[in-house]
Design a protein around this ligand. Sequence first.
Ligand SMILES: Cc1ncc(COP(=O)(O)O)c(C=O)c1O
Length: 406
Amino acid sequence: MGASAFSRLTALLDGVTACEDKPVINLHLGQSNLSDHADTDICFESMRSWQPYPNLGGSVELRRAYINWMLNHNAIGVTPSELDLDKKIEPTPGSKQAIFSILFIAVNRLRNSQGVSKPIIMVPNPYYPTYLSSADFLGAQVLFYNSACDNMVEHIASSIGPHQQRIAAIIVCNPANPTGHIMDYAQLLKLNNLAKEISACLLLDECYIDFYHDKKIDSFTRLSLTEPPSMLCDHVVLHTLSKRSAAPGLRSGFAYGTESLIAKFANFNRTCGVSLSKPVCEISEKLWEDSAFITQQQRALAKNWQLADSILGIFDGYKRSPAGFFIWLNTGNGESFTRSLWRSEAVKVLPGAYLCDDSETFTVGHPYVRIALTEKSEVVEEALLRIKNHLQDTSGSVANLSTQER
Ligand SMILES: Cc1ncc(COP(=O)(O)O)c(C=O)c1O
């Protein structure tokens, strides 16, 4: 297995000294500082809050908060009791662990039921690195599909080709990290039908779903809650507080999906995994109910995208992403750009090659860098101006300058 994207970045910048005249700006991580939490004291009265083992499955109040959030997000006007969702949800200590656990269940299911020795996991390219590492740890084969486009379902269908019987799971990140491409309801429905046809498990990572420009992004949960149950493929949708509530340190998210899969996931998590402690359940409940904070973040992010359009819009290599946190900027050579940008401008970004399989004919990552627009607008503006200067100063920039600027 290869080194993680961030270890590769550390190795790439080893021995390169950031320009000392300028304060360092880190835009390589998808960690939001767009809005600050109120400085409320959320310390617990005593160590006693940590003394008991966590409740398996979280608290009743937290589970209710998940369901309320799903119904609100999807504008579904029924009461939670009408839907009986309790067996379809389970807390998870962040989505990273759930990604691995769900894939583990899907891969084992295919091995045990069909005797497939090397099940396949379909992974978007570019990808979030945990997808690849999970497949690797599970001894599964990876089949990539192009996720840097708007017709991902067609790419998934054509990549499946002759492998139908061996596909354990299809992973979809909606909107995609890093490119921000979106699947709409019609595409999600096609995707559902495709997964149903080949009896694959659909794993939907929706951790950036709240970060859209104008139109709310459809969650697979809406489809799952509105289409006839007999039409639905086996699916699990993951949500996390790491991005929407800017709280990745909390390690708190939840999984929603097909009852049998959630039952297996819950069993695994409750016996071998990490359950959310009482204090974490209490904070999480408040965060799932707090829609004002996400609105603040959305406003701050919208301002950053406007800055990006106005500062980098002169470059052919720049295009506003359809959603999410990240600019996916074509610089000609992402690794050498990352090094020279760090040296001359003290701005840290992530080479696209670390999020792509470049052996594929599609979505080749090496010309790109990923730039996170997750800092306050003053910081982002300063970073983007430095990036602009650097693009203009380096020889590669000439090719990237749009014709009107040459
Ligand atoms: C696409 C994607 N999925 C999942 C995660 C992990 O989220 P969590 O903090 O909930 O484990 C990240 C984190 O950057 C991500 O970008």
